[in-house]
Design a protein around this ligand. Structure first.
Ligand code: GUN
Ligand code: ZN
Length: 430
């Protein structure tokens, strides 16, 4: 059988280890590099000359000084908030009630869900993001819409029906039984179909009754290979609210733990204001924490303890949290992670930022076939232009290292810096 193989030439950065633990030595930069794509996967990687010799049959696409990186992985987002991103002036609870819930109510119309799902994934691809883990709305059709749109584009997408049975408008409430039944039906329909993964999705403890949390805990126990996503300790007002709603709980995390919603496949968005017990338990079970820096500054939530949590051995991903987050771009998100860390007293290295946006988020999603440029991985990758605007170009022109050349694009880049996004080896721009 003839296999289609293509050699992409450009600069490369790949990781041997986590740069938070091993420093920038964990990254390798190849100035004149290449990746071989065979039937949607990476078949080989290394120096351009060596790969041309090893694979003389392959067609060659030369990206010049473009930087080839894994497609970005956004570990926490709300695609239904696409059309209300950048809404002014509120903190979390008012922001949900004023902007988010009315917009999410519009998803009772499946054609609106389809329209936004397609728009959202096209925005992601334009920004170099090839995988997202997204919340939907309470409407099952909102889940069908995103997985169908992802299948059309060939994307590996994680998504789940957002479950809420209290403290939300009538139009956005299910109940414990229907949340279980609808989630189970969607899981059966989508999980493992093509590149789709179903994620069990209780929005957060304030919008679920203990009965609903328990029902979803049961569903997770029945499908332990599924991920589970929720929010944890994002704002102090929210934590006080949780204390009032769950007076017996030891802390916020305990509201999940008590109902079977703490585990290795758990993704806990924000995780800013954590108690020592919560940190210990999250680490013991190997759960993933998801840093959402543009959201945490935009909604005024707080400063995630990246260094402390990383040093303790937590699994950490990076995410936009669109539309609490103020961007679709993982470049902008890396910039915000840098700024938040600066406010905590440490400058994250570009290697650390890049690792978080690719392999770190992939690991949070328990994936090793994405987020990395390695033989056997799926060929989801981007080609970055390190001189995409006059402001960036004049800065990267005088850079002496690849990190100095990349950092202006991290700090100032947007979709103009994404020359091309490839999904399973195919360019996403027709
Ligand atoms: N907590 C519960 N729901 C949400 C949401 O939609 N966005 C953010 N940022 N936090 C939440
Ligand atoms: Zn969120």
């Amino acid at each position: 059988i003839a296999m289609t193989s293509k050699l992409h030439l450009g600069q490369l950065i790949r990781f041997r280890a986590n740069p938070f633990h091993e420093g920038d030595e964990a990254a390798e930069h190849v100035t004149s590099g290449a990746i071989l794509v065979v039937d949607g996967k990476i078949g080989d990687i290394g120096g351009a000359d060596a790969l041309r010799k090893r694979h003389p049959e392959a067609k060659v696409e030369d990206h010049g000084n473009g930087l080839i990186l894994p497609g970005f992985v956004d570990a926490h987002a709300h695609y239904p908030q696409t059309a209300m991103i950048a809404s002014w002036g509120k903190r979390l609870i008012d922001w949900l009630n004023t902007y988010t819930f009315p917009e999410e109510s519009r998803f009772s119309d499946p054609s609106y869900a389809q329209k936004i799902a397609g728009r959202y994934l096209d925005l992601l691809l334009a920004h170099g993001t090839t995988t997202v883990c997204t919340y939907c709305t309470i409407h099952p059709a909102s889940v069908d819409a995103i997985f169908e749109a992802a299948a059309v584009r060939g994307m590996r997408v994680f998504a789940g029906k957002t479950c809420m049975d209290r403290n939300a408008p009538d139009t956005l409430r299910d109940n414990a039984q229907s949340a279980y039944d609808d989630s189970k039906a969607l899981l059966d329909r989508w999980h493992g179909r093509g590149r789709a993964s179903y994620v069990i999705t209780p929005r957060f403890s304030p919008t679920s009754t203990p009965e609903q949390l328990a029902a979803l805990g049961t569903l997770w126990a029945e499908h332990p290979d599924c991920l589970m996503q929720t929010h944890l300790s994002e704002q102090t007002e929210e934590i006080a609210w949780v204390k009032g709603l769950y007076p017996e709980a030891r802390d916020y995390l305990d509201t999940y733990e008590e109902h079977g919603l703490l585990g290795a496949g758990g993704l806990y968005g924000h995780a800013i204001h954590l108690e020592p017990r919560e940190r210990d338990r999250l680490r013991e079970v190997g759960a993933a924490l998801v840093h959402c820096p543009t959201s945490n500054t935009f909604i005024g939530s707080g400063l995630f303890d990246m260094d402390g949590l990383m040093a303790d051995g937590h699994r950490i991903g990076l995410a936009t949290d669109t539309g609490g987050g103020s961007s679709f771009s993982m470049l902008r998100t890396m910039a915000a992670a840098y700024e938040v860390a600066q406010l905590r007293g440490r400058a994250l290295h570009p290697a650390e930022l890049l690792w978080l946006a690719t392999e770190g988020s992939a690991r949070a999603l328990r994936q090793d076939s994405i987020g990395r440029l390695e033989p056997g991985a799926e060929a989801d990758f981007v080609v970055l232009d390190l001189a995409s605007t006059p402001a960036i170009a004049q800065r990267s022109a005088v850079a002496e290292t690849v990190w100095e050349a990349l950092f202006p694009t991290i700090m100032m880049g947007d979709d103009r810096a994404i020359r091309e996004t490839y999904v399973m080896g195919k360019p996403s721009k027709p």
